[in-house]
Design a protein around this ligand. Structure first.
Ligand SMILES: Nc1ncnc2c1ncn2[C@@H]1O[C@H](COP(=O)(O)OP(=O)(O)OP(=O)(O)O)[C@@H](O)[C@H]1O
Ligand SMILES: [Mg+2]
Length: 462
């Protein structure tokens, strides 16, 4: 890429627009020159043939005149031709001059064969520029010699005209191609310069900056739109990362502070070995909680990085749902919740059974955790004809408001009603990562009351 910090004329010839225009200009000029060349050649042939026909006609007319009139015919042919194109002679059998303005037979015609010959130097060389001619000479029945020549000026004039047109076309074509190239590449360079300026701002750290789009839908606009979409995605990802980073820092501070306070308290209080042991056990519990948070975070990161896709295999969703139901039913019962299942056979899917089980477990865990005693949690699996299988976890808890639905999938985000329940706000992040890894769809719906988490186990586009 040419340096475009500043608009520079020297960069013009290096732009693609300039090169293309000059190339097309050169092609057009070549085609025009070729066409004119053909015209040049054909016009010469055509006009020469016309002159030859005139010569033959003149000779025939001369022969039609009676012998006494023939000398006058020749003289009047020469005299009446004001432009001096015609020159002729009638010579006696011994070469004596009888009529016309030529004294002898030009050397090209001395065969006296009546055929037409070219006279490059003219019938009688003169200092004029175009004196080339065509002529014929023949011996008549009575021995006299007839010489007729006509100059080929017109052929040369027409040819010269065509040559001038070719030259003008060449010069005009070159000028137009250069001017067009400059005009186009100035436009191109300006666009590149604008893009360069915007990129410099982006590289300086302003990720909200976008490449300029003119709205003309040209190649630059298309490219800029692609890059802008990419920038928006990157900006979103970096934003998420920043929020996640802030959240990690914020969320780990509480358990770490608690751990420190606990250890400090134990140290200050002193006491017997039993008291120290109890404090240490509590501290280990705190550390375990911090480690569990890290494990969950690393698990999400592992799923998000997509490498697990390599281990995808056919999975039957039915047994997977039954196993999850078996595992969580006792938890629901312990909380005095009604746990119902509606699991029907479906087609197998392609995926990672462990991750899918983990995701379903998180959904069931949330449903049981957030639904107050006496409520109902339902796990359903079904498949409509021609559709992908669907897994639905429904509960009669507080539900998630539409405004909060997207937010709850971010790391460490928890709803207000979750304050007094244990958890880190990482479960739904893992569910989202697993769904995304498989290319499935996840929808949060109103359960009226409560909420319904619907996972469509099929193409996100389907
Ligand atoms: N079934 C549900 N009913 C009502 N609110 C829910 C339900 N599932 C999730 N939420 C809300 O979404 C938030 C995020 O859920 P998520 O599973 O990510 O975190 P968590 O359950 O609070 O913690 P963790 O899953 O890490 O133990 C919850 O804190 C809760 O506010
Ligand atoms: Mg959860």
């Amino acid at each position: 890429m040419p340096r475009t910090d500043r608009f520079r004329l020297a960069d013009l010839p290096r732009t693609t627009a300039f090169r293309m225009t000059v190339l097309f200009g050169a092609l057009t000029v070549t085609v025009v020159l070729l066409a004119l060349g053909v015209v040049y050649w054909r016009a010469g042939v055509f006009l020469t043939r016309r002159l030859d026909e005139t010569l033959v006609r003149e000779a025939a007319e001369f022969l039609r005149a009676s012998v006494p009139e023939q000398a006058t015919h020749i003289d009047s042919l020469v005299d009446s031709d004001r432009r001096g194109h015609w020159r002729a002679a009638l010579l006696a059998p011994d070469g004596r001059h009888l009529a016309g303005d030529l004294a002898s037979v030009p050397k090209e015609l001395q065969a006296l064969d009546g055929g037409i010959h070219a006279l490059p130097q003219g019938p009688a060389p003169t200092p004029e520029r175009h004196h080339a001619a065509r002529g014929l000479a023949r011996r008549l029945a009575d021995g006299r010699i007839l010489v007729l020549t006509v100059r080929t000026n017109e052929v040369h004039e027409v040819r010269e005209l065509i040559l001038r047109a070719m030259a003008a076309g060449l010069v005009g074509g070159v000028i137009l191609a250069l001017a067009g190239g400059v005009a186009l590449s100035v436009g191109t360079l300006r666009r590149i310069e604008a893009i360069h300026r915007a990129s410099a701002t982006i590289m300086a750290g302003d990720l909200s900056q976008r490449l300029p789009v003119r709205g003309s839908g040209d190649d630059f606009d298309k490219l800029a739109a692609i890059v802008n979409a990419m920038l928006a995605k990157i900006e979103g990802l970096i934003g998420d990362m920043k929020v996640a980073g802030d959240n990690i820092a914020h969320d780990l501070r509480t358990p770490l502070t608690r751990l420190r306070t606990r250890l400090e308290g134990a140290l200050r209080r002193g006491g017997d070995i039993e008291a120290h042991r109890a404090a240490m056990e509590d501290a280990i519990g705190d550390a375990d909680q911090i480690l569990a948070t890290f494990r969950a975070l690393l698990r999400i990161a592992e799923v998000e990085d997509g490498r697990r896709r390599a281990a995808f295999a056919p999975v039957d969703p039915g047994p997977l749902a039954l196993a999850a139901a078996d595992l969580y039913e006792p938890l629901a019962a312990a909380k005095d919740l009604t746990f119902t299942t509606d699991i029907r056979p479906t087609a197998p899917i392609i995926g990672d059974a462990d991750l899918l089980f983990e995701a379903l477990g998180n959904l069931l865990d949330n449903a049981i955790k957030f639904t107050p005693s006496g409520g109902t949690v339902t796990l359903a699996l079904r498949q409509e004809a021609g559709q992908a299988p669907e897994m639905i976890v429904r509960d009669t808890g507080p539900g998630i408001t539409p405004a909060q639905r997207d937010m709850m999938f971010r790391r460490f985000t928890r709803g207000d009603h979750a304050r007094h329940t244990p958890g880190n706000g990482l479960g739904l992040s893992l569910v989202a990562a697993v769904v995304q890894l498989h290319g499935f769809r996840l929808a949060v719906e109103d359960g009226q009351p409560g909420c319904a988490m619907r996972v469509t186990l099929g193409d996100a586009q389907g």
